[in-house]
Design a binder for this molecule. Structure first.
Ligand SMILES: Cc1cc2nc3c(=O)[nH]c(=O)nc-3n(C[C@H](O)[C@H](O)[C@H](O)COP(=O)(O)OP(=O)(O)OC[C@H]3O[C@@H](n4cnc5c(N)ncnc54)[C@H](O)[C@@H]3O)c2cc1C
Length: 432
């Protein structure tokens, strides 16, 4: 698309008391309405709903192409998140060093019987970001490239008489609406855009995650390591997921998740705080949110709306890692929208899901199976942590996490892991 990046035109956002989708009564009204909202000239090329990692990335990519982009986001909510990001994300999305509040260079896995497996992260690190600043930086970058930021709450999408899309939202000044040639729904888990526009969106599955942000005490608890992420597998901490202790410089995120609505996540976090020696440390925030566990069967409405990130159900099973996949989803949705705008072919929108699943579908499937088998009960969790002592498992797991690829270069390592896995599953291997 060769459209120059124009300055924001105020007529693009119309107050909702002159609804564009209400048929005009008189010829004069019709003329006025048509002049205010030219039917074939949508005011925005793309409206992006949600300014988290998915939406901010999509807005940035489209704005860089010179398209007219509106990024609509609710005011002021900090996303509850452990904030762990892999090097691949830092590289692919050009994240500057100053956004990293900590770098984890080791991971510790803790079994139900408190067996600890320490895994050094060789030749790299896991970055830690604070979502308050990380998300804002991403939105500001999109704005610097020409995206228009709008604070407001998405309400609904309606259609003009010619079928074109009108996005309705609420602001402090009252209801507003904007025309869009395409919409990206990046409004997170339990997305309103998905619910309204995309068939099958009601089939999402979720884990509910809860964490407490704790100030690291001046006198550090014994064994506290600012460069080490801890992952706890124990039924008391989570019956079907895991608990974590992620250092963030001056603070630490201690959290857990579960799909079991009867399970007390707060009690799980209390246990983790106790284990980490942080029971009496100052709590800065307590917060929770759902994490989707399965990509939705469709991400687009076959017309002009496509989903990205949590809205599309894209979080890695077993690990709950979602930031990288949200940003990639935002990028693929932006590519799909750019193609739609260039060619006028709505089927372009389906390329976002297709491309994503081609690259990551297999890993998601493996992780889903892993969660299903190994997170079932403490006996299996004990075996799972035991498997992670294996150097081959460590290296393949970290390669997959850090670089988002399955290493094909070492087929014998895969075979060895498969055999060890089977031995553990069948109870033939000793738990060490
Ligand atoms: C407790 C917890 C810990 C986690 N830890 C990690 C971790 O360590 N590493 C990791 O990779 N992932 C983690 N995740 C997952 C990760 O946070 C998400 O996958 C990621 O934030 C998804 O990004 P997104 O842009 O799709 O959605 P979100 O980050 O949820 O952003 C959605 C945006 O849409 C806006 N919005 C929603 N509704 C509306 C509306 N009606 N109108 C306007 N705007 C709206 C919201 O305000 C928000 O800005 C964690 C999740 C939870 C809950």
């Amino acid at each position: 698309m060769s459209t120059p990046n124009p300055a924001f035109h105020p007529a693009a956002i119309a107050p909702a008391d002159t609804p564009a989708d209400t048929p005009a009564d008189t010829p004069a009204d019709t003329a006025a309405a048509t002049a205010a909202h030219p039917a074939m000239q949508p005011a925005m090329d793309a409206v992006i709903i949600g300014g988290g990692p998915a939406g901010a990335t999509a807005a940035d990519d489209l704005a860089r192409q010179g398209l007219r982009v509106l990024l609509l986001d609710r005011a002021g909510r900090i996303k509850p998140c452990g904030g762990a990001i892999p090097p691949r994300l830092i590289q692919d999305f050009a994240i500057p060093d100053e956004l990293l509040v900590a770098r984890a260079t080791a991971a510790r896995m803790v079994s139900p019987q408190s067996v600890r497996v320490d895994i050094p992260i060789e030749g790299g690190f896991v970055g830690m970001v604070d979502r308050e600043h990380f998300d804002e930086w991403l939105r500001a970058r999109a704005a610097a490239h020409g995206a228009i930021r709008q604070i407001g709450r998405f309400d609904r999408i309606s259609r003009d008489v010619d079928g074109s899309c009108i996005v309705h939202f609420q602001t402090e000044q009252g209801p507003q609406q904007v025309r869009a040639r395409a919409v990206i729904g990046a409004d997170g888990a339990r997305s309103r855009v998905a619910e309204q526009e995309v068939p099958g969106a009601d089939r999402g599955r979720f884990v509910f995650a809860y964490h407490e942000i704790i100030a690291v005490p001046e006198t550090k608890p014994p064994g506290y390591a600012p460069g080490r992420c801890e992952v706890h597998y124990r039924g008391g901490v989570s019956p079907d997921f895991y608990g974590w202790v992620f250092p963030h410089g001056a603070s630490v995120s201690v959290g857990t998740g579960s799909a079991d609505k009867g399970f007390s996540l707060r009690r799980g976090v209390m246990q983790l705080r106790d284990t980490a020696g942080l029971t009496h440390a100052r709590t800065l925030r307590r917060e929770g949110a759902p994490i989707p566990m399965k990509p939705l069967p469709r991400w687009d409405n076959g017309r002009d709306v496509v989903l990205a990130g949590d809205a599309a159900g894209v979080v890695a099973p077993a690990s709950g890692e979602g930031i990288y996949y949200a940003m990639l989803g935002g990028r693929l949705a932006a590519d799909a929208v750019a193609e739609l705008l260039r060619t006028g072919q709505p089927r372009a929108l389906a390329t976002a899901r297709r491309r994503f699943m081609r690259e990551h579908g297999r890993v998601f499937w493996v992780l889903g199976m892993m969660q299903h088998f190994w997170y079932r009960n403490d006996r299996r969790r004990e075996r799972f942590v035991s498997i992670c002592r294996d150097r081959d498992v460590q290296q393949l797991t970290f390669d997959a996490y850090m670089h988002k690829r399955l290493v094909r270069a070492r087929p014998m390592a895969h075979v060895r892991i498969f055999l060890k896995d089977m031995a553990h599953l069948l109870g033939l291997a000793r738990v060490s």
